[in-house]
Design a binder for this molecule. Structure first.
Ligand SMILES: Nc1ncnc2c1ncn2[C@@H]1O[C@H](COP(=O)(O)OP(=O)(O)OP(=O)(O)O)[C@@H](O)[C@H]1O
Length: 563
């Protein structure tokens, strides 16, 4: 099983990064040493500012009529809780006051379904909670060391922001306390069996920005819901036929789908006790804020608990919190706004041949060849189980382009060269049809199990497995890609620093090694893109200096300082 190997040392056993070389004998790619992009910015993060009790009274806050009355700011605004100064302890999951069924669920979730592909050895059991999981579990549930002082019979209402880097386990950080709370307040009474015309009445809703993420989150929830005997439904498609009527404990869906079905009367939000806004920087950002607010507005219970999760905190989210959720507690892991620890960044200049796509294809092939050599070397030097088919774990590459046109162009080129490829853009017809289809070959399934088999005889089943997925930012949010996705290629420079972090963060997840390759950055020397001339500088001086000197670093600084 690959998915649950936890935060352990370099899996390749290579002892860290080594100098890599770009294609066709061009300039060497600098080894990257550290990925902590914003190390020196951390202390100035506005959300880390502690407002002591004696601080001057906050200015009056403007109310926003588009926001639900129950979530309007209150006079106690801006009394932000300070972050714990001590380092995050690493208690096992068993030390938190978590429902026993969830503890069992965790053991199963992390239990190896297969021995390690390469060695055939059993994999390490139950990893420790990640920092954000610790912060969340301690906040919501308490632990043996620091039990919570809960007043019996008093309704708990939470407003919490969970902020942590990509791939750091934010899903479980909210899933566990949510299911625990739903179980505690579950009355377990079904008064009258619902009829087919009755609406679906969720006790909690989990909002996600895309169908693909909705399906993946639903699977993760289902991995736990059976043991704890709670019901979970996912709005996996735009059709509403799959939703069961009556009370459901968790409903996962995109904001658009949810809004549509609430309008149609298929879903009734009158009993929602908990709202989770996953990818809160997007869903409460300019593109989705209106729709998300409308949903929050229609939640019937006056003060539902609210959990926001994010890997990046842009100014828009800071502004939203200040205006609408001033009492929201910020649980921020020390790794927030950093690239994952084992993610290596490379720059590959264009060859100057005028055919950029050919350069990309060349780099794809070079990368696959390098991975194959590495695997062969590993096979020879480690105790490989002869019964294991090492081909199963061939590496995959996720390519991001900025436009569907470019996605299509690269897809055509790869197909012409007989490279099996999967291309997904927002325009793809089948995105809304209820399954992730071939995308599942690239995604991690709960507990690291292999992707569900396709129906025999279907076109997808007979396809040669694709090892290249090309997409736009559509798939850059929240999706948990399989460990075999070892590389992310950025065909175009991302629009901004936050986009870069989300795209790059699809690999190097859960403490694994990964590599992000940025094309064209060091070739031009004066480019307008995010990396621009700093790419050249990076190549010359190495990554360390680049982190301090680039637009990337400056943008991040501005994001932090603006507030
Ligand atoms: N305590 C843990 N130890 C080891 N692996 C874990 C742990 N908790 C979660 N994981 C695994 O880490 C991976 C990433 O988790 P998850 O998708 O929740 O990250 P995330 O922080 O939500 O990322 P993103 O910001 O990209 O949405 C998952 O495969 C998950 O199973």
């Amino acid at each position: 099983m690959q998915g649950t190997q936890g935060w352990r040392k370099d899996e390749r056993g290579t002892g860290g990064s080594k100098p890599r070389f770009s294609n066709r004998d061009r300039a060497p790619i600098e080894p990257t040493t550290s990925r902590r992009l914003a190390r020196d910015l951390e202390p100035t993060h506005p959300l880390r500012t502690n407002f002591s009790k004696g601080a001057p009274a906050p200015k009056p806050i403007k109310l926003d009529p588009s926001f639900p009355p129950n979530l309007q700011p209150t006079p106690s605004a801006f009394i932000a809780k300070s972050q714990p100064k001590e380092s995050i302890p690493s208690l096992p999951f068993s030390d938190y006051s978590l429902n026993p069924a969830l503890k069992e669920g965790l053991a199963k979730f992390f239990a190896p379904s297969n021995p390690d592909h390469l060695t055939g050895q059993p994999q390490p059991q139950s990893p420790l909670p990640t920092p954000i999981q610790h912060l969340s579990l301690q906040h919501f549930l308490g632990s043996k060391n620091r039990p919570l002082n809960k007043k019996p019979g008093r309704k708990e209402v939470h407003q919490v922001l969970l902020g942590s880097d990509t791939g750091s386990g934010k899903t479980l950080a909210y899933l566990l306390p949510l299911l625990d709370a739903l179980k505690r307040t579950d009355k377990g009474i079904v008064p009258v069996p619902p009829t087919i015309d009755d609406p679906t009445i969720p006790r909690s809703i989990v909002l996600s920005p895309s169908h693909e993420l909705t399906r993946q989150l639903t699977r993760t929830f289902k991995a736990f819901s059976h043991g704890i005997k709670l019901s979970v439904q996912g709005m996996s498609s735009t059709a509403n036929g799959t939703l069961k009527p009556g009370v459901t404990d968790v409903l996962v869906g995109t904001v658009r789908n949810l809004e549509r079905l609430v309008d149609k009367g298929v879903i009734d939000l009158g009993k929602v006790e908990w709202v989770v806004v996953d990818e809160a920087d997007v869903l409460l950002g300019p593109d989705f804020e209106g729709e998300t607010n409308k949903i929050l507005d229609r939640v019937g219970i006056p003060s539902p608990s609210l959990i926001l999760t994010t890997a990046t905190i842009p100014p828009s989210l800071i502004a939203h919190l200040k205006t609408h959720l001033p009492d929201c507690q910020k649980l921020l892991s020390p790794t927030l706004h950093r690239l994952p620890i084992k993610l290596e960044t490379r720059f590959v200049p264009w060859s100057g041949s005028g055919n950029k796509l050919a350069d990309v294809v060349h780099e794809l092939r070079r990368t696959f060849a390098a991975d194959a050599m590495e695997r062969r070397h590993l096979n020879q030097t480690t105790n490989v189980n002869p019964n294991v088919n090492v081909n199963e774990d061939k590496s995959k590459i996720l390519v991001f382009a900025n436009s569907p046109r470019k996605v299509k162009a690269l897809e055509r080129m790869l197909e012409n060269k007989d490279v099996p490829v999967l291309a997904i853009t927002g325009e793809a017809d089948d995105r809304a049809r209820g399954t992730n289809g071939r995308l599942d070959d690239f995604l991690l399934q709960p507990g690291g199990r292999p992707a569900p088999p396709r129906r025999a005889g279907s076109a997808a089943a007979s396809d040669k497995a694709a090892r290249v997925l090309i997409t736009t930012s559509l798939l850059s949010r929240g999706l948990d890609f399989a460990p075999s996705v070892k590389h992310v290629f950025l065909l175009d420079e991302p629009r901004d620093i936050l986009d870069f972090m989300h795209r790059a963060g699809r690999t190097g997840r859960a403490g694994r090694v990964g590599q992000v390759t940025v094309f064209g950055s060091s070739g031009g020397g004066g480019g307008k893109g995010m990396f621009g001339r700093h790419g050249e500088e990076a190549r010359r001086k190495g990554m360390k200096q680049w982190q301090r000197g680039t637009k990337l670093g400056q943008e991040l600084k501005q994001v932090m300082a603006r507030d």
